[in-house]
Design a protein around this ligand. Structure first.
Ligand code: ATP
Ligand code: MG
Length: 641
């Protein structure tokens, strides 16, 4: 069932036909340097590069467009001013639908960025300095990133939902001496004390921050440290602020990964390659046309917010929506209210949001118009076919293609996806490789697997948007990504490639369960559970089992209003058995009101694994957990078994 094709509507075949894709893909590999030099022309360069890739995976040294010189803020803003200065760059939708929305044209956003760039200079920021951005989802957040790019400072955006402790760790790790924040934020009607959190973070030893730039947003009361804290409005000015000339390999930003699998890594991206990659992937994957209104719901604190809020859309001169709030406030129809309000045509979100909204039923969706939508996207986790179908049929009314985009903080942009128009879709499969991307599957010993196969997902060659290092710890970069399978980039994910060359992400390789010698991805078992009408979400892990080696432990949450009982437990076991086979029959089903998630909404399986193993003392780094209370409830539930 999950392999069934969903045809791409003919009307969307304007961008890349199947033939164009095949031809361009083949050339992107066979004539790699020429292809990437051509693609570099998407950007304006002060000095155009004479060569594209110059990289090695052994030793690890990755460079692209090495002799090129450019500025990405110029590319995102200045160069558009003549042709589309009055075009909308950002529609800002506040948390409270009754509050005033704001729209900024390219010219207005440019002005805002220049003002912030001047403020940064005024507090002493110089080229190469790290600047921590800890902001709500407001236009100034994106503008602060571009202001850093403008003057050659390296931004490190920390999600505004992180605790002072997590913020302090990220400030210390990259030795950032400057912070940009807001007085406060609002999410789902609740105030977020951003400035207070910064104050608390800076009280910790080791945070050598010299200056904090504060944006007035909610107007809440804040404490003030004279000589360190400055209102943005007092430092900003409209003086001329030329774009700094940056070498292609000058760092653009540091971004800490979600922390799903361990201590977050400060992934470093550079200017030229990342810029080309963000521009190209946005253009092809979202099939963008001049009249489109794009909306990516990710926070700028995640890589998705970097590549598909800040850089991709603006490098392409597109119009987009940015949203301060959450999907279920004031009610579960908010996303679709916003879609209708701005006429959103391309909508990009995460499986966690789709599953949460699906749990509330169709009503909040079908009561809204949504006729402006023409393309839907998802990223962040494998999407269960069940959730995919709901997204396709209910949200998209069966009209809109879905791009299921697989990528990582480390890849800088989308790597594997179907292209609207060029490829038919398979619910639950990411699809095919984008141009210049060469995914390969290898077995545990590193042997290359051909044709339809399942194994470890690696990349056989570099691409411009690839991360260059882990900030301050190149050895960790080498060890994490290049040592398991020498000569290849190892993603850490498992993947099945089918007869049509589509990629099905099976979950993190660390999460693979070995039941009586059979290796099993967790995603498949989870999808079988979610098929049941009462199940909202499922997370599956292995745990020690006397006979089988590992048993299958399932954490399950139910849709609103449903109660667990023994009959349901039996039904769920039977369902997995009939969907996948007897070998996949769950050993334990643990009903729980909630699952532990990272603040980007991903299920933290490593914690669930510890709970399943009855090992509560070594839960590891929990600083990226959205709600630590969930863990106590799970432990109590486990003890009762
Ligand atoms: P950490 O690296 O700190 O453990 P993380 O891997 O969750 O955190 P990200 O870089 O935000 O941090 O996420 C990338 C991962 O998300 C991928 O490796 C993959 O496991 C998962 N992922 C992203 N998109 C998809 C998708 N479309 N289908 C399946 N999995 C996806
Ligand atoms: Mg990762």
């Amino acid at each position: 069932m999950t392999d069934s094709l969903v045809r791409a509507p003919e009307t969307d075949r304007t961008h890349a036909t199947p033939e164009q894709y095949a031809e361009r893909y083949a050339r992107s590999l066979s004539d790699n340097d020429a292809f990437w030099l051509e693609e570099a022309r998407r950007l304006d360069w002060v000095t155009a590069p004479s060569k594209a890739g110059n990289w090695s995976y052994d030793p690890v040294d990755i460079r692209w467009y090495d002799d090129g010189v450019l500025n990405l803020c110029h590319n995102a803003l200045d160069r558009h001013l003549d042709a589309r200065g009055e075009k909308v760059a950002l529609h800002f939708e506040p948390d409270d639908p009754e509050s005033e929305a704001r729209t900024l044209t390219y010219r207005e956003l440019h002005r805002e960025v220049v003002r912030i760039a001047n403020a940064l200079k005024a507090i002493g920021v110089k080229k190469g300095d790290r600047v921590t951005i800890y902001m709500p989802m407001i236009p100034e957040g994106t503008a602060a990133m571009l202001a850093c790019a403008r003057i050659g400072a390296i931004h490190s955006v920390v999600f505004g939902g992180f605790s002072p402790e997590a913020l302090a760790g990220r400030i210390a790790d990259c030795e950032s001496r400057f912070v940009i924040t807001a007085d406060g934020g609002l999410r789902g009607g609740k105030p977020v004390p951003l400035k207070d959190n910064v104050d608390a973070a800076l009280e910790r030893p080791g945070a050598g921050v010299e200056a904090v730039l504060v944006v007035r947003h909610t107007g809440c009361e804040v404490n003030w440290t004279e000589g360190r804290d400055f209102w943005l409005a007092d430092k900003a000015n409209d003086a001329d602020c030329p774009c700094e000339e940056m070498k292609a390999e000058d760092p653009l930003f540091i971004l800490y990964t979600s922390g799903s699998t361990g201590k977050p890594k400060g992934v470093l991206h550079t200017t030229g390659g990342y810029g080309v990659w963000a521009a190209l992937t946005f253009h092809y994957v979202f099939d963008v046309r001049p009249e489109d209104i794009f909306w990516c719901t990710a926070d700028i604190g995640w890589i998705t917010g970097h590549s598909y809020v800040a850089y991709g859309p603006l490098l392409n001169g597109a119009s987009q929506v940015i949203f301060e709030g959450v999907p279920n406030y004031p009610d579960a129809g908010r996303f679709w209210d916003v879609v209708d309000k701005y006429g959103v045509s391309i909508f990009y979100t995460a499986p966690t949001a789709i599953r949460a909204l699906m749990r509330e039923g169709d009503g909040p969706v079908t009561s809204r118009d949504r006729s402006s939508l023409r393309l839907l996207g998802t990223v962040g986790e494998p999407i269960n076919p069940e959730a995919w179908r709901w997204y396709h049929e209910v949200v998209g009314s069966g009209r809109c293609p879905i791009v299921d985009t697989w990528w990582q903080t480390e890849t800088g942009g989308i790597m594997i996806t179907t292209l609207p128009g060029a490829h038919d879709m398979k619910p639950g499969a990411a699809g095919k490789a984008l141009f210049g991307v060469e995914p390969v599957l290898v077995d545990g010993e590193g042997k290359l697997l051909e044709g339809a196969a399942e194994g470890n997902l690696c990349m056989a060659r570099s691409w411009p948007g690839q991360a260059r290092t882990v900030y301050g710890d190149h050895q960790r970069f080498v060890d994490t990504y290049f040592s398991t399978f020498p000569g290849r980039y190892f993603s850490g994910d498992g993947c099945r490639r089918d007869e049509d060359g589509y990629h099905w992400i099976t979950g993190r390789v660390d999460d693979v369960i070995n039941v009586s010698g059979h290796r099993m991805g967790t995603a498949e078992v989870e999808s079988a559970l979610v098929l049941h009408p009462t199940v909202a979400e499922a997370a599956v892990v292995g745990y020690p089992h006397d006979i089988k080696g590992q048993g299958i432990y399932c954490f399950v949450t139910l849709v609103a209003g449903e109660e667990p009982d023994d009959a349901l437990e039996r039904e769920l076991k039977a369902q997995v058995r009939s969907e996948i086979g007897p070998i996949a029959t769950p050993d334990l089903i643990h009903f729980t009101p909630a699952l532990p998630k990272t603040r980007s909404g991903k299920i933290m399986r490593r914690i669930l694994r510890k709970i399943a193993e009855n090992d509560y003392d070594s839960l590891g780094d929990t600083s990226t957990l959205a709600d630590p209370g969930v863990v106590d409830a799970l432990i109590a539930g486990r003890r009762n078994r």
